[in-house]
Design a protein around this ligand. Structure first.
Ligand code: ZN
Length: 297
């Protein structure tokens, strides 16, 4: 492989996607690895680096998007509700030592947004807001194609309180948006029990809803109301030109967008402008690779 390939990995709470980008071929996905957060980062990082080195013995630059709060200047994962126990992980130096490459690290949603803008899925003009719905909720604010970081951590929409005294969140707060519009919440609305573990997969609930199952449809309607609540709050704060939804649960948007839109209309006068990003599973790794490329130039 040409040394002009840039590597990107998207480390999520469930899976990790790794691939490379080069000007000639665009992005090529190389592997999908299981993250298995409870095992700690050692096994995943070893698999990740051997995957990269197997294809490119001398990688020049690797970009990593990882789910959680990232100190970009040091390349550290500071905090992550979805990668518990990984806090304080020096991602850049560990991956650098394993691969010999220069490593840049950012939040997974920011990497995804970078890929979505780079691919033309999100306009490079105006104020745009990207929201990823999956195990947790991530977000990125993009102003004229540039990610807004604030002091470093803008876009943590998943931990925006939507029910001040509500459910406890692993982040230490209560009533965070992702406790109501994340994967486990959807499963909880369907099963009617407190936890999401061991319940049916969102895809199975979506299949039931598509078949007309009333309980599954109502679970999606409830889920949508919470999606709409959070989007309305963001619209009132930011007045963006458009929202872009991505992440695993965005594939089921047809089932929850009607109630989301209704709830949104109840809570804001902002016009509804919500699009679903297509074919988005590789965009995080692509964005991480583009970050690696742009930081090298
Ligand atoms: Zn939280």
């Amino acid at each position: 492989m040409s040394s002009r390939a840039f590597w990107g990995a998207d480390i999520g709470g469930t899976t990790t996607i790794v691939g490379s980008f080069s000007g000639g071929t665009g992005f090529r996905r190389l592997a999908v690895l299981e993250t298995r957060p409870s095992e700690g980062p050692g096994r995943l990082f070893a698999e990740l680096s051997s995957t990269i080195l197997g294809a490119d013995p001398e990688p020049a630059s690797v970009g990593i998007g990882i789910a959680g709060l990232v100190d970009r200047s040091r390349g550290w994962l500071e905090f992550s509700p979805n990668l518990r126990g990984w806090e304080g992980l020096d991602v850049a130096s560990r991956m650098g030592a394993l691969t010999g490459a220069r490593v840049v690290v950012d939040n997974d949603c920011n990497a995804f947004a970078y890929g979505a803008v780079g691919s033309g899925y999100v306009p490079s003009g105006g104020l745009q807001v990207l929201v990823t719905l999956g195990t947790g909720i991530g977000g990125t604010i993009i102003d004229s194609g540039r990610i807004l970081y604030g002091t470093g951590y803008a876009g943590e929409f998943g931990h925006m309180p939507v029910d001040a005294l509500g459910l406890a969140c692993p982040c230490g707060s209560t009533g965070c948006w992702e406790r109501y519009a994340g994967r486990e919440a959807l499963i909880r609305y369907f099963t009617g029990t407190g936890g999401g573990a061991g319940g049916p997969d969102p895809r199975e609930i979506a299949a039931l809803a598509a078949d007309g199952d009333a309980r599954a449809s109502e679970a999606f309607a409830t889920f949508g109301r919470w999606v709409g609540t959070g989007l309305a709050g963001l619209a009132n704060c930011l007045s963006p030109e458009g929202f872009y939804l991505a992440g695993g649960l965005s594939n089921t948007a047809g089932l929850f967008l009607p109630s989301a839109r209704e709830e949104f209309g109840r809570r804001t006068r902002h016009p509804w402008s919500v699009a679903i990003l297509p074919g988005s599973s590789d965009a995080g790794a692509l964005g991480a690779a583009l970050m690696a490329r742009d930081s090298a130039s």
